[in-house]
Write a protein that binds this ligand. Structure first.
Ligand SMILES: NC(=O)c1ccc[n+]([C@@H]2O[C@H](COP(=O)([O-])OP(=O)(O)OC[C@H]3O[C@@H](n4cnc5c(N)ncnc54)[C@H](OP(=O)(O)O)[C@@H]3O)[C@@H](O)[C@H]2O)c1
Length: 250
């Protein structure tokens, strides 16, 4: 192992986007700490060189802290944290169910906030490094059947914008990732045709490039979809609501 080997911690790494990104970083020679609840999946992933398993439920604050300390002990340092854990169940989003909405926000928003809080002092003292958060295009504006997931991601993107300024003073980069539709167990639950649907390998390439080779605040892809939605985002409500209503009725 080279002394200069870069080190990353990835949550939500047992499946989908997080898993593909973990494998990409490992292949590129990074030392990778992978976290999620399913220990057996993470342990299986450690058969790949450079990947190390640290099971974690992001709704458990104490566990986040002890896992982070363990990774620091084992790795010595961390250059990058990628918080990708998330949950979504479209069946639960059609009718307003406050308990289910609270659970989505607990995992998708507070789970990430607690992870960022846990690493905050470390990165601020280090005066270098990078924290990246996987949000979603679903957070750009309100969409149908997304009464919990959409708000959780809107809050997450806004949170990233907010902490960007504070961490910048300490030379710590904050970035937000806004994927379009990527084929994973999460989107397999959708029962509508997903425009511009891409593979996890496509997402992993875009994320690796955005995190390591570029310096933008937002990493978004595929551009065909994200640029269209960015355009919709700036439209007045009257036009936005009319267009989305028409699109979903088609
Ligand atoms: N797929 C898309 O089209 C898409 C688009 C935009 C944004 N995203 C976002 O991308 C991220 C990854 O999603 P994905 O599509 O790759 O879905 P996925 O395959 O279902 O992966 C979700 C990951 O989050 C982990 N996770 C869920 N709850 C957790 C908890 N309480 N504690 C720790 N880990 C937890 C899961 O692991 P365990 O079950 O083992 O805990 C899994 O590793 C999510 O934040 C999602 O919102 C996805």
């Amino acid at each position: 192992m080279s002394e200069n080997q870069k080190k990353i911690w990835i949550t939500g790494a047992s499946s989908g986007i997080g898993k593909a990104v973990a494998e990409k970083f490992a292949l590129e020679g990074w030392k990778v700490a992978v976290s999620a609840r399913r220990k057996e999946v993470l342990d299986e992933m450690t058969k790949t060189q450079n990947i190390f398993s640290y099971p974690l439920d992001v709704t458990n604050e104490d566990q986040i802290n002890s896992v982070f300390q363990k990774i620091l002990n084992d790795f010595g340092e961390l250059d990058l944290c990628l918080f990708s854990s998330g949950t979504y169940d479209p069946k639960n989003e059609q009718k307003i169910d406050p308990d289910k909405i609270k659970n989505v926000i607990k995992v998708n928003f507070f789970g990430v906030v607690d992870c960022v809080k846990t690493v905050e002092d470390y990165f601020k003292k280090r005066k270098s490094g990078h924290i990246s958060i996987v949000s979603s295009i679903a957070g750009y504006r309100g969409l149908p059947n997304s009464s919990g997931y959409g708000p959780s991601k809107a809050a997450l993107t806004n949170f990233c914008e907010s902490i960007y300024f504070d961490f910048k003073k300490f030379n710590v980069r904050i970035s937000v990732i806004s994927p379009g539709f990527i084929k994973t167990p999460l989107t397999d639950k959708n029962n509508f045709p997903m425009p511009f649907l891409k593979t996890v390998d496509f997402a992993a390439e875009k994320i690796f490039k955005g995190l390591v080779k570029e310096n933008a605040f937002e990493i978004h892809f595929p551009k065909g979809l994200t640029l269209t939605l960015k355009f919709l985002r700036v439209l007045p409500y009257k036009i936005y609501l009319f267009l989305v209503d028409k699109l979903v009725k088609r």
